[in-house]
Design a protein around this ligand. Structure first.
Ligand SMILES: Cc1cc2nc3c(=O)[nH]c(=O)nc-3n(C[C@H](O)[C@H](O)[C@H](O)COP(=O)(O)OP(=O)(O)OC[C@H]3O[C@@H](n4cnc5c(N)ncnc54)[C@H](O)[C@@H]3O)c2cc1C
Length: 408
């Protein structure tokens, strides 16, 4: 194993954009229509959409916005979430699987439309997304996934070759997916939010909610009042116990590397079902490109957590597989993995004006656009019909033992 950690210890997205400097909360007596907790893609897009609906909105973030998982993703925009649709149809039924597929396809289109409408240059680019395997025993799973995806109208096809320098026996291709620079998109959206009267407090950590009319959010910088609260904090910061045993936390790692002069960069986006899991895409960088190479995902466990080992394995592997000139950036982030593979999006079962969005299973970027519509629908008393599939009401049904499999 390599014994050196290469690259700047920051994500490509954070390393290529300016730091934000929104103020911390300081004695704000306003009673907001909605307070959004969490400055990742879910919080920012939800806050933006609620403001457009004419509501007063404050967003609070415990560190800096778009700095944690959203700022640490590989930023593929795709409805292809590894292998999922065959599972979803069998486990949750076709309607739920269809809602899942549509929410993600719509999310990609919406980011494209919004960036065009608001003239946001966020390196949005249409690409195909591939899941591939070189293992005979995965062949049937790949085929079943193509059949399931086609049944849902997704742009899927079965392939036996890909452009990467890896041996491959079978692959699923989803056409017309996309990639982008999440911070370029979200920092610009945030500026629009503030220009239209939205309020952002950074370095303001929510620690408790005193429920009431209005609710009071207790933070490390004082209190803030709102009639509704959206917990877009990844794992909900308040009353998280109800999700115990329903999700598990996953860490993943990524590198951005420059290839040697004359090397060809892949054109599309890739992830393998094989061990070790690897995810690959490119991004514009300076006047050229960089390769993003990720993987090493594992369940987060405080006691055994050792990110350096995972970085070193990733660095060694990228040098083995590609003609690398330099590792520019390395980063890690975490996401929540529901055992039943569906995100939780909707009102808290006992507090209908406190909303929760969590559990994207490391595929939340296109999802977040549609999750924001779901939350905006509930808050304006016009719930989105398909939102029922992702409701927290399913917590009332005991978790199934067969869901215990920690599929990727
Ligand atoms: C390495 C990696 C690669 C990924 N790649 C992809 C990909 O290619 N495509 C894709 O679709 N998805 C990808 N994902 C998943 C995706 O990044 C996430 O699903 C998505 O970013 C989650 O967004 P979010 O806004 O819900 O959460 P976050 O981005 O985590 O935002 C939550 C925010 O809430 C803040 N917060 C938490 N607690 C509090 C509190 N008490 N008070 C105030 N603020 C608080 C946090 O600081 C954070 O900024 C990847 C994830 C990882 C880890």
């Amino acid at each position: 194993m390599v014994d050196e950690l290469l690259g700047e210890d920051v994500s490509l997205w954070v390393g290529t954009t300016k730091q934000t400097h929104y103020p911390e909360l300081n004695n704000d007596q306003t009673v907001y229509d909605v307070i959004v907790v969490g400055g990742g893609i879910t919080g920012i897009v939800t806050a933006y959409k609620l403001l457009l609906n004419g509501l007063t909105v404050a967003l609070i973030e415990k560190r800096r916005i778009v700095d944690w998982t959203t700022g640490g993703s590989t930023a593929k925009l795709t409805s292809q979430h590894y292998l999922i649709y065959d599972y979803l149809i069998k486990r949750h039924g076709k309607d739920a699987a269809q809602a899942f597929a549509d929410a993600n396809q719509n999310g990609i289109d919406e980011i494209e439309q919004l960036s065009e409408e608001l003239a946001i240059d966020c390196d949005f680019s249409r690409r195909s997304a591939y899941v591939f395997t070189n293992e005979d025993q995965k062949f049937e799973a790949i085929k079943a996934e193509v059949v399931a995806a086609l049944e849902l109208g997704l742009p899927a096809s079965f392939e036996t070759t890909i452009e990467l320098p890896f041996p491959v026996k079978a692959a699923i291709k989803f056409s017309d997916q996309a990639q982008f620079h999440p911070r370029k998109f979200l920092l610009a959206l945030t500026e629009q939010f503030v220009a239209n009267g939205g309020v952002i407090y950074e370095n303001t950590e929510a620690t408790n909610i005193r429920t009431g009319e209005p609710h009071v959010i207790v933070t490390n910088q004082g209190e803030l009042r709102g009639n509704s609260i959206v917990q877009a904090s990844g794992e909900p910061f308040w009353d998280n116990d109800m999700l115990k045993g329903r999700m598990w936390p996953k860490m993943s790692y990524a590198l951005a590397v420059k290839l040697k002069e004359g090397s060809a960069y892949p054109q599309h986006m890739y992830i393998t079902t094989d061990d070790p899991l690897r995810t690959i895409r490119t991004a514009p960088y300076d006047d050229g490109e960089v390769l993003i190479f990720g993987g090493e995902s594992h369940e987060y466990d405080e006691d055994s957590y050792n990110p350096d080992d995972h970085y070193k394995k990733l660095i060694e592997d990228v040098y083995k597989r590609f003609d690398v000139e330099k590792v520019l950036y390395r980063w890690l982030a975490g996401d929540n993995m529901p055992y039943d593979r569906m995100p939780y999006i909707g009102p808290h079962p006992d507090h209908p004006s406190i909303y929760i969005v969590t559990g994207y299973r490391a595929w939340g970027l296109a999802w977040a656009m549609s999750a924001a519509d779901v939350i905006a629908g509930y808050i304006s008393d016009a719930p989105v019909e398909w939102a029922k599939h992702f409701s927290l009401e399913r917590l009332k049904v005991p978790a199934l033992e067969e869901d215990r499999d920690k599929g990727v």
